[in-house]
Design a protein around this ligand. Structure first.
Ligand SMILES: NC(=O)c1ccc[n+]([C@@H]2O[C@H](COP(=O)([O-])OP(=O)(O)OC[C@H]3O[C@@H](n4cnc5c(N)ncnc54)[C@H](O)[C@@H]3O)[C@@H](O)[C@H]2O)c1
Length: 391
């Protein structure tokens, strides 16, 4: 099997710079490629500052200095040149299918025979990204969570034509990657389905959230009270602060994506559509659910609206977990819970479902009926409880 030493980070933006840092931390030689010279400069500074901070905190391995790690970073604006000695190229360019397809083809045609092309896409099909190149067996998904140096999860995704060897190399390399908090978790995604594991299992919770937001808006319930219902008191941000922080446009486009790929029930709700139309997207525009013009809002959660049943969120996610088990995306419910914990820092739904699946199934029948959303009906694997043995 290929001994991976030289890695090319293609796209050095928000995700790319974090991923490049992680590869450098593991001791690989990294060439960061971007078409934008300002981005190259910003990314290089981010990495230098990052390693200097680690050195100051005494976190670097004994006997090594920030300069040793930084010396292994090269930059370039030419992917064809950079691919010549690459063992693995990981792309984190904009989420545009024909751009990713073109870069995949360029890399595969100009790199050594063994070179793996890995995509960090959050939503696109790995099979489609590989479609235009002549070695689709060398193409896999390698999906990091933001920011890569801090988030423990990497999903390694098998496209329809990815070889077992490419998957094995992807998993082995990901397992060598350090993480600044806790222990790296590498999840194998055995089928190329929308959202892979974590994003997919959590996505249909948005159907219930849309229902709650639209109902609260119609009844004139203040967002702070809805937020008090939706938020986990131990989380670093309240649910609606986080929604504003991420951006309402992201929720809107996410809804449209899953509506196209899985079911029209995922389509954005009235409140989300309205926010996008008005440009009240959250932090980036200064106004979302909350006013951000004076910094991060500090909502008062002392009064609850009493309109949310948290069990419904768990039941919906557990049902989706069972769907991806049915589809063969994963073969064990434990992988789903581990991946959610490593990627999102909160517990997954499956363990609870092993004890509560009958109750969850009837709650979902009732919710699907009340909301008029048939996608929320329980699937066979949840209803029968047979997933419990898939460990
Ligand atoms: N941002 C996240 O939270 C997140 C999380 C997981 C995965 N992703 C995925 O990562 C990818 C990148 O997202 P991002 O948020 O880092 O985007 P970004 O816009 O911050 O970075 C993209 C970079 O790609 C560069 N680029 C564009 N065309 C190029 C080309 N032809 N050659 C080289 N570089 C080129 C751009 O100059 C830019 O610097 C997307 O596929 C996204 O779905 C993002």
């Amino acid at each position: 099997m290929t001994n991976v030493k030289n890695i090319v980070q293609l796209g050095f933006g928000d995700m790319g710079k974090g991923i490049a840092q992680v590869y450098l931390m593991a001791g690989y030689n990294v060439t960061a490629v971007d078409v934008n010279s300002e981005i190259i400069e910003k990314g290089t500074n981010y990495i230098k500052t990052g390693f200097q901070k680690l050195e100051e905190k005494g976190i670097l391995p004994a006997g090594s200095s920030a300069a040793d790690f930084i010396a292994k970073l090269k930059t370039s604006d030419n992917i064809i040149e950079a691919s010549k000695n690459a063992d693995l190229v990981i792309e984190a360019v904009a989420e545009i299918l024909n751009l990713k397809q073109k870069l995949c083809k360029d890399v595969i045609e100009n790199s050594p025979d063994h070179c793996i092309f890995a995509s960090n896409t959050s939503t696109m099909s790995i099979t489609e990204i590989a479609e235009k190149c002549n070695k689709p067996e060398n193409v896999i998904g390698m999906h990091f969570f933001n920011p890569a140096p801090l988030m423990r999860l990497v999903e390694i995704i098998k496209g329809d034509k990815s070889s077992d060897e490419s998957m094995e190399i992807g998993v082995k390399v990901a397992e060598t990657l350090p993480v600044l908090r806790g222990k790296r978790y590498v999840a194998k995604v055995l089928k190329d389905r929308p959202g892979f594991i974590v994003n997919r299992v959590l996505a249909p919770r948005g159907i219930y959230t849309n229902y709650i937001l639209d109902m609260a808006y119609e009844k004139g319930i203040p967002w702070e009270e809805v937020d008090a219902d939706l938020s986990n008191p131990n989380a670093p941000m309240t649910a609606l602060t986080l929604a504003d922080f991420t951006g309402r446009d992201i929720a809107y486009h996410g809804g449209l994506y899953y509506a196209e790929k899985l079911s029209s029930d995922f389509g954005p709700g009235k409140v989300t559509k309205m926010q996008v139309e008005k440009g009240t997207l959250g932090k980036k525009t200064g106004q979302g659910f909350y006013d951000w013009t004076k910094g991060r809002p500090q909502p008062d959660l002392s009064k609850k609206a009493g309109i949310v049943n948290p069990d419904i969120f768990t039941a919906i996610a557990a049902n989706e977990g069972c769907r991806i088990l049915e589809e063969g995306v994963v073969s064990s419910w434990k992988v789903i819970d581990e991946a959610i914990l490593a990627g999102m820092n909160f517990p997954g739904p499956m363990e609870s479902a092993t004890k509560n699946y009958e109750r969850f199934a009837s709650l979902l029948e009732e919710t699907a009926e009340n909301l008029g959303k048939s996608y929320l009906k329980p699937c066979e694997l949840l209803k029968s409880g047979k997933f419990v043995d898939m460990v």
